[in-house]
Design a binder for this molecule. Structure first.
Ligand code: FE2
Length: 673
């Protein structure tokens, strides 16, 4: 007896997602396959439009049993150019009215076939069908061919093999609307900002007023605040808490021998009736140490030697709960040629010492906190996920939305920012080989624990630092992600044994350890998951890295980095070796020149842009999970995030300078800019 299946195909809703090519469908069931049926009209060019839903009926001589796969084919027209098609979703209604869901979210290119597995999440051991087992093998083989590891430089995480965006599989590329919006074009950014006249000027700034005339911060309140307050000590301290690089500060328990600050030096700042020792014991003294930069040779820009040092800054939480700097030493090795600068020194000595600290912070922020610890780590997770987990795996479904577009943005970053002759080489003291040395050192020092937020805060001993909004908001985000991941893991793993038996997830962890963290055991990165708790913590770390951690260091780049005296990309003069030798003009001659300033401002402007098509944390526009249980977990996660948004907005109402970078409705779901 003939039976009929109703098949609906949803096309992606963005430019160029539709096709004029011919699409065909076959249903693969547990009891046989259907005929291959054309979608649309057979005798003419029938365009499948973006965002459309096409429904066809497929007649079969007998019941196909459970529908396991939908097989899609694309043929191009003989005389017309190839036209790729983005299939978003397919549903199949069986004769018994049962509806099967097939999330796809893939491009079909050239004259190819694509098998989509039914949407129920499952691990390999749960396939129980030779058809599906073969599908598993084919899918991973295809992915491992399409997504290959490459070594960009020794000692840094391996990355995707692609020279440019066009080398990436189309599924990993930005959709056209996003590509157009983001387009990394420094020249157009310079024009937008009115900085074009500066790009050919090799001269230095004579005074900051000259620079101020080029910048319009009327629509950028944080940048306007930076411009107004950058010389103030309270503002300088505040940046370590809530600026664009808020993860470095740690409590100081004893003054390091290499930074011999004495009680006498700081006693006027600490006030009467206390000592440095007492304040250390009370937990009021903090340290930021840029040791990682020590000994890295600075780059030359256009033949001019630049300067790079590794300062240390001691900070104090005063009785008004303000964090203020109380001593800065510009180089690591103490000695008479390396004075400890103090707020009581001359105005210009102290200002220049702070600028040296800000310069070091700018390098660490861009190369370590931002590039390495969010972009490159997210790329490791992305490539490993694509290579080791098939579409049906629950952890693939969980993670893929948090890994979207990362390969494309990183490929662009490698090409334009850190390439030979790129922005770093043109405007940063850490251009040339310095940037790679810094990335290598930073990777060597990265531990699993340091990426797990609660452990990082505990090791830095900053749980009680006042007005540390980054910490407060990040902990809320971490906890919400953790509860969400825990709920998903509970749906798919009955006990610890089921985690241990999941060969796919174990292979995934090993791939990350080997390719990303270069098999360095001292990193503490797990190579195996023994328990559900192990897996939950790890997945929380992955999603937090790709969302909250990135937002905290990415979103404020233009806010904090466009007023160049506050975030100098390079230093053109060496640091003073004695006090009372520098004046205002020395500071201007040390800061980046006009050309470098223009380039850096244009770059941070581009890197801070949010796309109108961006997806915010917890918004799963791709419905990869089809069952009710994970959908309920997602809904709860979204409610949690909404609550956090309300709390942050409420807190911010009382603040002069709002901290919004970790407001969930402003956090991107993945590293995509
Ligand atoms: Fe970024």
């Amino acid at each position: 007896m003939s039976v009929q299946y109703e098949v609906s195909l949803v096309t992606g809703d963005f430019p160029k997602a539709g096709t004029i090519d011919r699409i065909f469908v076959t249903l693969v069931g547990s009891r046989g396959n259907s005929e291959k049926v054309r979608v649309g009209l057979a005798w003419m060019v029938d365009k499948i439009r973006k965002g459309s839903v096409r429904t066809i009926k497929i007649q079969c001589g007998n019941d196909l049993g459970e529908i396991l796969l939908v097989r899609l084919y694309k043929d191009k027209h003989t005389l017309l150019p190839e036209d790729s098609w983005h299939c978003q979703y397919v549903t199949v209604k069986a004769p018994n009215q049962k509806v099967y869901n097939f999330p796809c979210y893939s491009w079909l290119e050239d004259e190819n076939t694509l098998d989509i597995i039914e949407g129920t999440a499952r691990r390999k051991a749960e396939y129980r069908s030779t058809v599906l087992e073969q599908h598993w093998v084919d899918e991973l083989q295809r992915r491992q061919k399409a997504y290959q590891w490459s070594t960009y430089a020794p000692g840094i995480p391996r990355c995707i093999k692609a020279e440019s965006s066009d080398d990436l599989p189309k599924d990993a590329q930005f959709t056209l609307d996003r590509k157009v919006h983001i387009a990394f074009n420094i020249d157009s950014a310079l024009l937008d900002l009115g900085l074009n006249p500066l790009k050919l000027l090799n001269s230095v700034w004579n005074n900051v007023g000259e620079f101020r005339r080029y910048l319009d911060f009327t629509k950028v309140p944080v940048a306007a605040h930076v411009m107004k307050h950058w010389k103030e000590d309270t503002f300088f301290g505040y940046q370590y808490l809530n600026g664009s690089n808020p993860q470095l500060i740690r409590r100081c328990r004893t003054i390091p021998a290499k930074f011999p600050v004495t009680d006498e030096m700081v006693s006027t700042l600490l006030g009467p009736n206390t000592t440095l020792q007492q304040e250390l014991q009370k937990g009021k003294i903090f340290l930021v140490d840029y040791e990682l930069l020590d000994g890295i040779p600075a780059h030359s820009i256009s033949g001019d030697q630049q300067y790079l040092e590794a300062p240390m800054c001691l900070l104090y939480v005063n009785p008004q709960d303000e964090l203020i700097p109380i001593a800065i030493q510009i180089k690591q090795k103490p000695g008479p040629q390396n004075p400890i600068f103090l707020p009581s020194d001359s105005k210009y000595d102290w200002r220049l010492a702070k600028i040296w600290a800000r310069h070091a912070d700018t390098q660490i922020h861009q190369l370590v906190s931002h590039l390495l610890k969010t972009h490159l780590f997210a790329e490791i997770f992305c490539v490993a996920t694509l290579r080791m987990l098939p579409n049906a795996h629950p952890i693939f479904k969980l993670l893929m939305p948090h890994l979207k577009y990362t390969l494309d943005i990183n490929t662009a970053a490698r090409k334009l920012l850190i390439s030979d002759g790129g922005v770093f080489d043109q405007a940063f003291s850490t251009g040339g080989s310095a940037k790679l040395q810094i990335l290598q050192r930073a990777l060597e020092q990265t531990t699993y624990s340091s990426l797990c937020l609660p452990e990082d805060l505990a090791s830095r001993n900053v749980e009680h630092l006042p007005r540390y909004y980054y910490r407060d908001d990040a902990l809320k985000i971490w906890s919400a992600i953790n509860r969400f991941v825990d709920s998903i893991v509970n749906v798919y793993y009955q006990d610890d044994g089921s985690v241990q038996e999941d060969s796919e997830i174990q292979a995934w962890a090993m791939e990350i350890f080997t390719e990303g963290f270069l098999a360095r055991e001292s990193s503490g990165f797990p190579t195996v998951f023994h328990t559900k708790a192990d897996l939950t913590k790890y997945l929380t770390m992955v999603i937090f890295t790709c969302s909250g951690r990135h937002a905290a260091v990415n979103t404020g780049q233009y806010d904090w980095g466009s007023w160049i005296p506050n975030s100098p990309s390079t230093m053109q003069k060496p640091p003073p070796s004695e006090k009372e030798k520098v004046g205002k003009l020395d500071i201007m001659r040390t800061l980046p020149g006009k050309k470098e300033t223009a380039l850096v401002v244009a770059t941070v402007y581009l890197l801070s842009k949010t796309s109108p098509t961006s997806t915010k944390l917890g918004m799963y526009v791709e419905e990869r999970f089809t069952e009710a249980a994970p959908k309920a977990c997602i809904e709860k996660f979204q409610q949690d995030l909404l609550q956090i948004t309300h709390e942050i907005k409420k807190r911010n109402q009382a603040l002069d300078l709002k901290y919004e970078y970790l407001q969930p409705d402003l956090i991107e779901n993945s590293v995509a800019i």
